[in-house]
Design a protein around this ligand. Structure first.
Ligand code: F6P
Ligand code: MG
Length: 468
C-alpha cells in the first residue's frame, strides 16, 4: 500500500510521513456527506465564493507592501520574486473564483507528493468524468489546499520563499490584545502563589476557569474575520459567568476526572502525566493556552505539556514555531513584571523539557484525523503517549469530525469514527456548520432562532471523548 517512508529531522523532533496515502476501505463506515461549496448557499459556498478570495486579496496586498523590504534584503532579485509571487496569487484567485480543477502541486517540498496523491484519492470519490474543483470538492480539502498553494507560490519565488504572509497580522493581533494578556498573566501569578494549598474542589474550579478562557479565546482567529483585526481587548475572566449559557456541550467534569485520576495514578515508577495541546491561533489564544499549560504544571495535574504547531503559515492565524518562540520572547521582554515573569518561566519550562514543542507535516495536510493512524503513524503513536489531548479551535474540530453533515445528536465518539489515540477534548467556538453531541432539539431550536449560530463564534463546546 505504501511505496516508501520519508524520514525528516527537524531540531524539534523526528517525524515521518507515509509517502502514499490510501484510505483503508476494508472497514468502511457509513458517514454523511462532506460539507462542500457544491451546496449553494451553505457556509462552505460562501467561504469559497467570498471569504477565501478576500484572504487571497489581502495576501496580494501584503506581498506588494513588502516590496521595499524584499528590495533591501535581496536587491533586484527580491523585486522579481515579488512580481512572480503576485502573479501566482492572482492566478490562484482566478482559479478559485471560476471553479477551475484542483491542480497538482509543482514544488518539491516534502509533502508535495502526499498532496498530489490526495488529489488522486479525491478523484476516485467523484463520478466518472468529474474532476476535483474548488466548488465541487469537500470544503475541508480545498480550504487547506488554498493555504498550501500560497506556500507553493512563495516556494517557487526564491529568495522570498520563507516569507510568512500572515506574520504582520498575527503580531498585530498580539499587540492589540495587550490588556487582556496582562490581566491573564496577573491572574496566573496570583493563582500560582496559592495553588499548592488549594483543595481539590478549588483546584477544579480554577482549572475550569482557565479551560473556559482558552475556549473563548478561540473567537479571535483571523480566518473567520478574513484577516481583519479580531483581537481580545478586555479581560475574559470577568465575562466567564455571562458566557456560560453559550457553552452547548460542557464536558469539563470529564476533563477534571481524567486529569485528577492520572495524577493519583502517579507512582515512583510511573511518575509522569502528559497533556498534549494541539494548538490553533497565535496571539491572545496562544497566551491562554500557555496559561492553561502553566497551571497544569504548577498544580501537578500534569508533569509535562506537549504543544503541536504548524509547519507552514496556515488559516491566517495558526501558530508556527516562529510564532510560538516570538510570543514567549515578547512576553519575556515586556515592560510589565507579570508578563515578563510568565515569559521567563515558560522559556525555562522549554529548556527543562517540561514543555515540548512538536511540529509535524500531518497538521498541514487535508486529512481528517481518522486517517492519522494510517497516514502519519509516528504522530499517532506520539498522541497515544498522552493522558489527555486537547484540540484547540474550529479547524481541528472539523478534522476530528471529518467536516460532515452529521445529525446534531450523533455522539462525538461516533463522529470521531476511528480516531481515539488517547482521551481527548475539543475546545472550540463554532465557526463552521458541523456540530455533534447535542441534546435532541437544541440544534433545531437554535437554527430556528439564530440562523448563523454555527458560524458566528458566539457558541462554544468543551467536548470530551475517552473511548469509541
Ligand atoms: O474559513 C473557515 C474556517 O475553517 C472556519 O471554520 C473558522 O472560521 C476558521 O476557518 C478557522 O478557525 P479556527 O482558527 O478556530 O480553527
Ligand atoms: Mg486557526
Amino acid at each position: 500500500m505504501y511505496s516508501h517512508i520519508h524520514v525528516y529531522t527537524s531540531p524539534v523532533t523526528t517525524w515521518r510521513v507515509r509517502s502514499v496515502f490510501t484510505p483503508d476501505r476494508s472497514n468502511k463506515m457509513d458517514v454523511p456527506w462532506s460539507l462542500s461549496a457544491r451546496f449553494v448557499g451553505s457556509f462552505a459556498y460562501f467561504t469559497i465564493k467570498d471569504r477565501l478570495p478576500q484572504i487571497l486579496t489581502k495576501v496580494i496586498d501584503t506581498v506588494h507592501r513588502n516590496k521595499h523590504k524584499f528590495l533591501e534584503e535581496y536587491g533586484e532579485e527580491g523585486v522579481e520574486a515579488e512580481k512572480r509571487a503576485l502573479s501566482f496569487f492572482s492566478k490562484l484567485r482566478n482559479e478559485m473564483q471560476t471553479d477551475k480543477d484542483v491542480l497538482p502541486l509543482t514544488d518539491s517540498q516534502p509533502d508535495a507528493q502526499l498532496w498530489n496523491q490526495y488529489l488522486n484519492y479525491q478523484n476516485t470519490l467523484l463520478n466518472d468524468g468529474e474532476q476535483p474543483s474548488w466548488f465541487k470538492s469537500p470544503w475541508l480539502y480545498v480550504e487547506c489546499y488554498m493555504y498550501r498553494r500560497i506556500h507553493e507560490g512563495l516556494v517557487l519565488s526564491p529568495p522570498i520563499c520563507e516569507f510568512d504572509v500572515f506574520e504582520e497580522a498575527k503580531n498585530a493581533s498580539f499587540f492589540e490584545s495587550q490588556q487582556a494578556i496582562l490581566a491573564l498573566c496577573a491572574h496566573l501569578q496570583e493563582l500560582n502563589k496559592s495553588i499548592a494549598g488549594l483543595s481539590a474542589n478549588q483546584l477544579r474550579e480554577e482549572l475550569f476557569k482557565l479551560l473556559q478562557v482558552s475556549l473563548w479565546a478561540n473567537k479571535c482567529d483571523l480566518s473567520i474575520s478574513a484577516g481583519q483585526d479580531n483581537a481580545q481587548r478586555f479581560s475574559i475572566l470577568s465575562s466567564l459567568e455571562a458566557l456560560k449559557p453559550f457553552i452547548l456541550v460542557d464536558n469539563m467534569d470529564s476533563v477534571w476526572t481524567v486529569l485528577s485520576t492520572s495524577t493519583l495514578r502517579r507512582t515512583g515508577k510511573d511518575s509522569r502525566s502528559r497533556v498534549d495541546i494541539v494548538l490553533d491561533n497565535a496571539g491572545f489564544e496562544l497566551v491562554t493556552d500557555f496559561v492553561l499549560a502553566d497551571a497544569l504544571l504548577s498544580s501537578k495535574l500534569a508533569t509535562e505539556v506537549h504543544f503541536h504547531g504548524k509547519c507552514l503559515p496556515w488559516f491566517v492565524s495558526d501558530t508556527t514555531k516562529q510564532d510560538f518562540n516570538w510570543t514567549i520572547g515578547q512576553l519575556r521582554g515586556a515592560n510589565h513584571k507579570c508578563m515578563s515573569k510568565c515569559g521567563s518561566t515558560w522559556q525555562e519550562y522549554l529548556q527543562q523539557e517540561s514543555w515540548v514543542y512538536h511540529e509535524h507535516l500531518f497538521w498541514t495536510l487535508p486529512h481528517e484525523f481518522c486517517h492519522m493512524a494510517q497516514a502519519a503513524p509516528d504522530l499517532y503513536s506520539e498522541m497515544q503517549k498522552s493522558d489527555l489531548v486537547i484540540f484547540k479551535g474550529d479547524l481541528n474540530y472539523r478534522k476530528l469530525t471529518g467536516d460532515r453533515k452529521w445529525d446534531f445528536t450523533v455522539p462525538f465518539s461516533q463522529a470521531l469514527t476511528t480516531f481515539q489515540p488517547a482521551p481527548l477534548c475539543s475546545l472550540r467556538t463554532l465557526k463552521a456548520d458541523v456540530q455533534v453531541g447535542l441534546k435532541p432539539g437544541v440544534g433545531e431550536n437554535l437554527t430556528a432562532s439564530e440562523p448563523d449560530w454555527m458560524t458566528s463564534g458566539k457558541y462554544g463546546v468543551v467536548q470530551f471523548s475517552a473511548s469509541l
